[in-house]
Design a protein around this ligand. Structure first.
Ligand SMILES: [Fe+2]
Length: 223
């Protein structure tokens, strides 16, 4: 911050409060190439009896892919990444699990409008096949107040952006809070876009984590 008051300012500081995190990791090619091949073979098998996708059409599979052998390497990768995220966040939990995991196969012309993944803590996407023109995910500012007064920026930056278009690539895992609005731009490539989406939640959220985290100062006992 520039000091334009004419007074001698001893110190200025910009405090970044309540940041929103998106975690990106990339597998090495020697790991993700065979893994993606196995995933694609399984998805080809599942869609073999269906007519080929026409432009503008998409498939979304059933949501138990994380229970299948062909997805076990990906499931391990997701679970390890989520553990690392919980360490990063320094949060207390007993256990977590993948509540749903499905494939999105999108032909040219398909987009996915802005949405969130309710009733989960984290969500994520792993990229199996993303050609140029299909290799982004867009995150929206989750603070609705910021849309009310939104002066045009002199230069677009992380500090003033109301959305962030993130480039993705094959072998990349992107994890984010399930409440963070996101969308997928139109597939402009000639190749089908294949991604695996998932949600993660604490295993016994209601039983173990929902009780008040504070103690009252008046005891009410049964008569
Ligand atoms: Fe999503």
């Amino acid at each position: 911050m520039a000091d334009e008051s004419g007074l001698a300012v001893a110190k200025t500081e910009v405090v970044r409060l309540f940041p929103t995190f998106v975690w990106k990791t990339e597998l090495k090619a020697e790991v993700y190439e065979p893994m993606n091949k196995t995933i694609k073979t399984k998805l080809c098998e599942a869609t073999a009896s269906l007519p080929a996708l026409a432009p503008g059409e998409k498939w979304q599979t059933s949501q138990e892919l994380h229970t299948l052998e062909e997805f076990s390497a990906l499931t391990s990768y997701i679970n390890a990444s989520v553990k690392a995220i919980f360490d990063f966040l320094k949060i207390t939990y007993e256990s977590f699990f993948i509540t749903g995991c499905w494939a999105n196969i999108s032909a040219k012309g398909v987009r996915h409008k802005t949405h969130t993944h309710p009733n989960n803590f984290l969500s994520g996407v792993y990229y199996v096949q993303v050609a140029k023109g299909a290799n982004t995910i867009t995150f929206e500012d989750p603070r609705p107040q910021t849309y009310i007064i939104a002066p045009a920026p002199t230069e677009r930056s992380l500090e003033n952006a109301d959305s962030n278009i993130m480039s993705v690539k094959e072998g990349m895992l992107v994890v984010f809070p399930a409440w963070l609005p996101h969308s997928v731009d139109v597939n402009k490539s000639d190749q089908e876009r294949i991604s695996i989406s998932f949600n993660v939640m604490f295993s016994s959220f209601g039983e173990k984590m929902s009780k008040p985290q504070w103690t009252g100062n008046v005891s009410v006992r049964p008569t």
